[in-house]
Design a protein around this ligand. Structure first.
Ligand code: CP
Ligand code: NVA
Length: 313
């Protein structure tokens, strides 16, 4: 049973095929492909709110001939103490796949090990791999004629802000998969944390990233400047301290101008203008935030096709 819980669950060869498929789906949006999921039911179990991830998966599953079932955790018996293990077993009796957005990454791992259907990570506190795949595709689209994954190699991506977050961790793992140069910059107390460092150690991955508190040093020669919210879902009670500590790391036009001449600005969204990014960067011609959001759909379809196919072989 193939799952997609972290970026490196796909090899670079599999990722290459997924990028080719995402491009094909994007070029051919007018045509649905109902034989891919062929009336399968795919559940979306969400413990947190979502706009892009939920909608792109629901639309994507429909376009591939499947049926999406949106399940709000708070309306499930999970919220009254039914176990993850039992819920995984029950959902496996009804559905063909399970897409989960939750807090602790161990929850998606438990769904994967206790159930008997494919599990896709739609964001945990640790990682957001579907986002990274569509962001990397967006970059490849800007850097090559045919969204060639090779165009990512050795490019410098600079992640600014909360470097101990799901998006930062995911860029570390995704950057490793795509052979990119990943540099992170934020306050020392927001440096990449134990969970990602332990994961890299265990996986035998070395030199996956560089961290510096010096934003100007980080930005030099950057091909991409990436930022994310300062207050991730679940961290709302830390808003005051996070805003105070992270405010020197707001991405401004000076930063964008100090990167490479043709550098791109990215944000996974939702964004908070005048917090992590100034409007003149967000709405700049170098900003590709809405391409990123659109590509979520094409990429979800490519990921689902790859997973559905590997389960049938
Ligand atoms: N970027 C992203 O995952 O957006 P949503 O939280 O709206 O799904
Ligand atoms: N780091 C953000 C990403 C949202 C897509 C969060 O977890 O809220």
């Amino acid at each position: 049973m193939k799952h997609f819980l972290k970026e490196t669950d796909f090899s670079i060869q599999e990722a290459t095929d997924i990028f080719i498929l995402a491009q094909k789906y994007k070029n051919d949006r007018g045509h649905n492909n109902p034989s891919v999921l062929n009336n399968e039911s795919w559940a979306l179990l969400f413990y947190k709110t979502s706009t892009r991830t939920r909608i792109s998966f629901e639309v994507g599953i429909n376009e591939l001939g499947g049926h999406p079932l949106y399940l709000d955790k708070d309306t499930m018996q999970l919220s009254r103490g039914e176990s993850v293990a039992d819920t995984a077993k029950i959902l496996s009796r009804y559905c063909h796949g399970l897409i989960i957005r939750t807090y602790d990454h161990k929850i998606v791992e438990e769904f994967a090990s206790e159930g008997t259907i494919t599990v896709v990570n739609a964001l945990t506190d640790f990682l957001h791999p579907c986002q990274i795949f569509s962001d990397a595709f967006t970059l490849a689209e800007h850097w090559s004629e045919d969204s060639n994954i090779i165009s990512l190699k050795d490019r410098k991506i600079v992640f600014i802000g909360d470097c101990n977050s799901n998006m930062a961790n995911s860029w570390i793992l995704g950057g490793h998969l795509f052979s990119m140069n990943v540099v992170l910059s934020g306050p020392e107390t927001f440096a990449p944390g134990k969970e990602i460092n332990d994961h890299l150690d265990k996986a035998g991955i070395t030199n996956a990233y560089t961290f510096t508190t010096d934003i100007h040093e980080a930005i030099e020669d950057a091909d991409v400047i990436y930022t994310d919210v300062w207050v991730s879902m679940g961290k709302e009670n830390e808003e005051a301290i996070r805003t105070k500590k992270l405010s020197p790391y707001k991405v401004t036009l000076d930063h964008l101008n100090a990167a490479k001449k043709d550098a791109l600005f990215m944000h996974c969204l939702p964004a908070h203008l005048e917090m992590e990014v100034s409007p003149d960067v967000y709405y700049n011609s170098k900003s590709v935030v809405f391409d990123q959001a659109e590509n979520r759909l094409h990429m979800q379809k490519a990921i689902l096709t790859s997973l559905a196919g590997s389960n049938k072989t």
